[in-house]
Design a binder for this molecule. Structure first.
Ligand SMILES: Cc1cc2nc3c(=O)[nH]c(=O)nc-3n(C[C@H](O)[C@H](O)[C@H](O)COP(=O)(O)OP(=O)(O)OC[C@H]3O[C@@H](n4cnc5c(N)ncnc54)[C@H](O)[C@@H]3O)c2cc1C
Ligand SMILES: NC(=O)c1ccc[n+]([C@@H]2O[C@H](COP(=O)([O-])OP(=O)(O)OC[C@H]3O[C@@H](n4cnc5c(N)ncnc54)[C@H](OP(=O)(O)O)[C@@H]3O)[C@@H](O)[C@H]2O)c1
Length: 274
């Protein structure tokens, strides 16, 4: 059967982080069950307008006006949150879908996939293992879902858990207040934001700088995570910019971590965004 081309969800809430990043809370007409870390599809028709700041579309085809443009997006809400699905989105100026998503206002309709999918989940981590979640940009989204599903807003993780988030600027560090709040409360939860373009900051950034990949040494990670990531005791997750994913994958494989297969998880879990 051909996939539906009809809009089946409403943008209930929009929280702009910066001109290039936003958080959408979307209410699907029918609930979409998911496991924290999974993704679904968002879609808008080719005829939907683009934000004016995006690049003009040179290959627009009027014959496709009613066809949906669909892309995968990780869900950032907790899996217990039934009323809406949350997404953390970056504007790709020459992209097809994101310039249209960024033009949406609260109350507007869009398409959301009826199912969530993916194996980038904590279900594949044996109990007692320490967890290191590494991501750049909106690659943080699945980790927010994991943290919210573990209810870290009210409790603390049962095992040591660390999030390393690399972004260009401090204003690109979505969800920073929420993660800082949890790390203040929980001694076994570490949050390490790292920015790669400190020279653009209006107010001096006193935190860590450089690309996240520069921080992937045993010594630096032991300090950032509060534990030494070893293959016997730790599961590592990688998500976001493909350059980060490739470099980090090679580093951690060199330390003995194993990506496993889709059928059988290893201790190195990977989600590639593009
Ligand atoms: C499993 C999965 C989960 C994803 N989750 C998210 C998410 O939570 N949030 C999110 O913003 N995106 C996410 N993405 C990326 C998303 O699917 C789209 O690729 C992205 O939003 C760009 O779509 P577009 O139609 O605007 O650009 P396109 O027209 O598809 O792409 C134009 C080009 O831009 C590049 N590109 C694609 N994505 C990005 C990006 N994020 N940053 C820089 N360059 C890019 C690629 O080289 C691509 O060829 C996810 C992708 C996958 C596969
Ligand atoms: N954030 C902005 O202000 C901005 C401005 C203009 C355009 N955009 C566009 O918006 C989209 C999303 O941008 P984004 O900033 O959210 O995500 P992004 O481009 O993936 O960058 C996020 C983080 O990943 C780093 N990174 C990039 N390539 C890497 C690699 N090969 N290895 C390791 N780390 C790498 C970046 O460092 P670097 O800073 O060193 O690249 C940055 O710290 C992209 O298309 C981007 O070009 C963003």
């Amino acid at each position: 059967m051909a996939p539906s081309q009809e809009y089946n969800a409403t943008l209930a809430k929009r929280l702009d982080i910066s001109a290039r990043q936003t958080i959408f809370r979307i209410k699907p007409d029918q609930p979409v069950p998911f496991v924290a870390g999974q993704f679904t599809v968002l879609g808008l028709k080719h005829s939907a307008p683009r934000v004016p700041e995006a690049d003009p579309e040179e290959d627009a085809d009027p014959a496709k006006a009613d066809r949906l443009i669909r892309r995968a997006y990780s869900i950032s809400s907790g899996s217990h949150e039934q009323d809406f699905l949350e997404f953390y989105l970056a504007l790709v100026s020459d992209g097809k879908l994101t310039p249209r998503l960024f033009q949406l206002r609260e109350g507007d309709r869009l398409f959301v996939g009826a199912k969530a999918t993916g194996v980038f989940t904590l279900d594949r981590v044996p109990p007692g293992q320490k967890i290191l979640l590494v991501g750049t940009g909106t690659g943080l989204a699945p980790y927010i879902s994991m943290v919210r599903t573990l209810a870290l807003g009210v409790g603390c993780p049962a095992v040591p858990l660390a999030i390393l988030h690399g972004a260009a600027h401090s204003w690109d560090l979505g969800y920073r207040p929420e993660l800082e709040m949890i790390s203040k409360k929980c001694s076994n939860f570490q949050y390490a934001p790292i920015i790669s373009r400190p020279e653009d900051e209006a107010v001096e950034w006193r935190g860590r700088t450089g690309r996240l990949t520069q921080w992937l040494t045993r010594e630096a990670l032991t300090k950032l995570c509060g534990f030494a990531p070893t293959p016997g005791e730790t599961h590592i997750f990688l998500c976001g910019n493909p350059g980060l994913v490739e470099e980090a994958l090679a580093t951690f494989q060199g330390w003995g971590f194993d990506p496993g297969t889709r059928q059988e998880a290893g201790n190195l879990h990977v989600e590639k965004y593009w």
